[in-house]
Write a new protein. Structure first.
Length: 327
């Protein structure tokens, strides 16, 4: 079977799903909504809003993220045997579940809810009731013995690095043609994640490069470690010096003229999303384009989260358009 015929049906399906996604004009419509109840009715027209007004933000976010999970699971069902690369993209929710369980253990977080990816889940339903024993015989088993001796921030880093290490393994296992297509995307993401880690370690933890180097994960991609080192060398009070550090002018100063890690993380996400969109349309009938679709749908959930938070905070539609870079 040719590559085109193999992916023709899937390609048609995901293009239809993209047309219904909240990007471009549909996103512009969302940011004009001023009521959480109206947002809920717009996103879920066939469902009654079940949450009280004060809980609508969390309810909208959770429902929408669950709809993204359902979409990704449906796409995986199109394959007789789902590719490991796509399954790993879905496993991101298991990594998020693990982080939630750890935060519950370390901080006493209450009333946690975990994401359910059905038969693709690494952690079974009810994992929180028998945590950490529920990690046994999973890819997360090693963390059982680390919880009593390792700080939460260190565990969070180890979990992030494991996710990307396994992603690299999935990419390296691909046939050469698909591997060549996907590798530039993964390189960009690994670069951005390393730079963002370095930024957090510098601004939030006050570490220098020698202290922070062990937290980086360049995975052999050229230039990653060198650019991460520059994060620690650049002066925090000279934003102009940061321009050009990362791709897409991600490290430019904010409106206040300062280097703002949160704003930079938002710009990094937007830059990567735009790259994914271009890649998706430029590589039809490939596994790589389906992978890009998976990542795009996760970014869509992030946009809906931003819109719901903006409504809760009373941010104007114009301010939301600026914040989300809607042109």
């Amino acid at each position: 079977m040719s590559r085109v015929s193999k992916y023709a049906f899937i390609h048609a399906k995901i293009h239809g799903l993209m047309a219904k996604s909240y990007f471009d004009e549909r996103l512009r419509f969302l940011v004009k909504i001023t009521s959480l109840l109206d947002l809920s009715k717009t996103l879920f027209p066939r469902q009654e809003a079940e949450a009280a007004e004060g809980e609508l933000v969390a309810d909208v976010q959770r429902k929408f993220e669950n709809s993204v999970i359902d979409t990704l699971v449906r796409v995986l069902a199109f394959f007789p045997r789902p590719p490991e690369l796509l399954a790993h993209a879905l496993h991101e929710y298991d990594y998020r579940n693990l982080l939630t369980l750890l935060r519950e253990k370390f901080t006493g977080l209450q009333d946690i809810r975990l994401w359910d990816t059905g038969r693709y889940a690494v952690l079974g339903r009810g994992a929180e009731k028998d945590f950490p024993r529920s990690l046994a015989k999973t890819r997360f088993e090693k963390y059982i013995g680390r919880m009593d001796t390792t700080p939460l921030s260190e565990l969070e880093f180890q979990i992030d690095r494991q996710y990307y290490a396994e992603l690299i393994d999935c990419v390296n296992a691909l046939p050469s043609g698909e591997r060549k297509r996907v590798t530039p995307l993964v390189h960009t993401e690994v670069l951005l994640q390393n730079l963002l880690w370095a930024l957090r370690l510098k601004f939030y933890f006050g570490k220098n490069f020698d202290e922070a180097e062990k937290y980086l994960f360049p995975f052999g991609f050229s230039g990653v470690a060198g650019l991460a080192r520059r994060v620690f060398e650049l002066p925090a009070d000279d934003p102009k010096a940061w321009e050009g550090l990362g791709p897409g002018n991600v490290f430019s100063a904010g409106r206040d003229g300062l280097i703002d890690p949160e704003a930079i993380e938002g710009r990094a996400g937007l830059y990567f999303y735009k790259k994914l969109r271009r890649f998706f349309y430029a590589n039809p009938f490939t596994l790589a384009s389906v992978y890009a679709f998976f990542r795009i749908k996760k970014y869509e959930a992030r946009l809906v989260t931003s819109v719901s938070e903006g409504i809760r905070m009373g941010i104007s539609s114009r301010e939301m358009e600026e914040a989300l870079n809607i042109s």
